[in-house]
Design a protein around this ligand. Sequence first.
Ligand SMILES: O=C(O)[C@H](O)COP(=O)(O)O
Length: 204
Amino acid sequence: MTGMLILVRHGQSEWNLKNLFTGWRNVELTEQGIGEARATGKKLAAAGIVPDLFYTSALRRAQHTLDLILEEMGIVNLTITRNQALNERDYGDLSGLNKDDARAKWGDEQVLIWRRSYDVPPPGGESLKDTADRTQPYFEAEILPHLKAGKTVLVTAHGNSLRALVKAIEGLTPDEILKREIATGEPVAYRIGPDGAMIEKVTL
Ligand SMILES: O=C(O)[C@H](O)COP(=O)(O)O
């Protein structure tokens, strides 16, 4: 019996649309983001996926995405586990700033280092490594045991917190994960064996 893990990045948010660093700030989904979340729900339902357990971050955009997916799948009477370990990477002092304005102020190279280096944190914030250091232990303690037991688990979270999970699951190097972009509304799924190792990536 194999487990199945489905990772979903929240739909487009107001600040994704405005091109602002978001991190731990609470922002709403746009109309497009709501549509993306609903489309993901339809896609999972059409694939015959019936999750046993549901996890999300402590941030509204990921929680709202999960609610919309569940509505489309017609799933009611469930328990959702919300934990800030799954929150987006904290962008610190960059939060709320426009990404183009930040490039104009600090230069393309510096902003790219803050956004896509593995272990250089933005001022007052978390590097991807810092994010992985809270996201991966949470995954291993709270989610992986259910996957080993053959359950299907749905997680809605964020670009960088999911990147940290994908790195661990696929066994990627820092360089490899930095090149991986996780799109809003496109589920990433894995079959997981009883030993906790990935058996295969599943296209939904
Ligand atoms: O927090 C944010 O701004 C985004 O969710 C992720 O941003 P990034 O692609 O710039 O890391």
